[in-house]
Design a protein around this ligand. Structure first.
Ligand code: PDD
Length: 283
């Protein structure tokens, strides 16, 4: 079951007019929200980021947080899996084709939920491969925009060589992955690119830094040079659907000793424990 403009229906029945500005211009924003044991994870933070994205494209929020929470609860209940991931998508709606905003249009709201399949244990034990590329996206990567063509092309470059992600460099500094945030471990310190307009402020990124703070893991959020990235002891990838993964090969070279490292293992365990705490409602 999906939700489209006020109605719950099977996905096969969902129809969007071809003049929807999401279809014509990619004029919209989205969120991806993990659901564990039927509870949306870090919902308040996802809704806060949604508001930031909507503000960034000057589209008013069609719902209050309480209304979103109610809608998502209904959709989760209408789907079979205990663990799901919600895809929530808002466009500027249907209007005659013109780049400028339409005067009166009703936003299109589409929400679907799919089973959440976290990475297979094997990939966590061996680690995964990544490549690098120039970050050729726009300068508002903090907006979770549905216009994802650069990200699509950058991710495909990785898939073409059997890697799972493309790490992006802008002016010699690491920004993030094509669809994930990236952390670097150097001299035992967890390094995170600083949150700014050049990257998406990941919800998982925030959790990792909170866990580092709480558990006295040394960390710094600052610019990370290509040199630091290439000489890292460890590289970690985070996203709502992939959680935390170890990158053990970069551009066909081993990262550190080529195996998932101690920082990964510690953060992975802390993340799993944190999830359990939140699901039990103790946080
Ligand atoms: N992508 N950076 C980019 C460009 C992303 O697309 C994503 C997530 C992240 C990680 O953010 P979070 O931890 O909040 O998931 C960083 C989602 C999963 C997607 O587009 O499917």
């Amino acid at each position: 079951m999906i939700y489209l403009n006020g109605i719950f229906m099977p996905i096969e029945d969902a129809r969007i007019p071809v003049l929807d500005r999401g279809f014509i211009f990619g004029d919209g924003v989205y969120e991806v929200i993990p659901v564990y044991s039927r509870k949306p994870f870090r919902l308040a933070e996802h809704l806060h980021r949604l508001q930031h994205s909507l503000d960034g494209i000057r589209l008013s929020n069609p719902h209050s947080d309480a209304e979103w929470s109610h809608l998502l609860g209904q959709l989760i209940a209408a789907n079979a899996s205990e663990d799901q991931y919600i895809y929530l998508h808002i466009t500027r709606g249907v209007a005659k084709r013109d780049h400028a905003f339409p005067k009166n249009s009703t936003p299109t709201i589409f929400i679907m939920s799919n089973p959440l399949l976290t990475p297979p244990m094997e990939s966590l034990i061996t680690g995964v491969s990544a490549i690098t590329a120039n970050d050729n996206r726009w300068l508002r990567c903090d907006i979770k925009a549905i216009s994802l063509l650069p990200n699509v092309l950058l991710r495909q470059m990785a898939v073409d060589v059997d890697a799972i992600e493309t790490l992006l460099l802008r002016d010699g500094f690491l920004t993030e992955g094509a669809a994930s945030n990236i952390f670097v471990v150097g001299s035992g310190v967890l390094l995170a690119p600083p949150k700014n307009h050049l990257m998406l402020p990941g919800i998982t990124y925030d959790i990792v830094l909170e866990l580092a703070e709480t558990h006295h893991i040394p960390y710094e959020a600052r610019e990370i040079s290509e040199h630091e990235m290439r000489n890292a002891q460890e590289l970690l990838l985070t996203s709502s659907t992939k959680e935390i993964m170890p990158i053990t090969r970069l551009d066909n070279q081993p990262v550190g000793d080529g195996k998932p490292g101690i920082m990964f293992m510690q953060l992975y365990q802390l993340y799993q424990n944190y999830k359990i705490t939140v699901m039990r409602g103790n946080s």
